[in-house]
Design a binder for this molecule. Sequence first.
Ligand SMILES: [Zn+2]
Length: 169
Amino acid sequence: MSAMPIVNLLEHAQRLTASGKRVSVLWQHDDTLAFIARGRPHRSEFHSDPVDEVMYMIKGDMRLHYRTALGEEKVAVIREGEIVRCPAGVPHSPRFSPDAFVLVLERKRRASEHDRFTWYCEGCGAVLYESIKHVADYNMDPVSRAYEEFYGTEKSRTCASCGRVTPRP
Ligand SMILES: [Zn+2]
């Protein structure tokens, strides 16, 4: 890659759709990570990053579900052309359609840092399942890996508090 990479966001988003993947990394270094993501149907988990995350809606609108410090769920609507900063540690769930695209700006994780992917029970609100990962390389698409774990066994989707089983979509 060039030392001064320039990316056309819409062209890159079109190539992402053609690839069938969800995420395309533009670059990742110690102090800067940039990727384009398209929406995932049935996104249900909340992601907590160890670093601030800036999201810019390239195409389409996003409903950004997030949880306050008191555990209350709220929704921020980020429209096409708008940008939002999600502070480190705020559990958030970006929900937008597969033909919409977001540019995400973060930084590469330090060796001691972990990302959390948390599902909450729709029956009783308890934590249903949590995947905690060190994300060494964003090309691994950590969100998809967490969904494979969650849907991989019924045990992951069974609430320890109330017994409700979250169905597959
Ligand atoms: Zn429950």
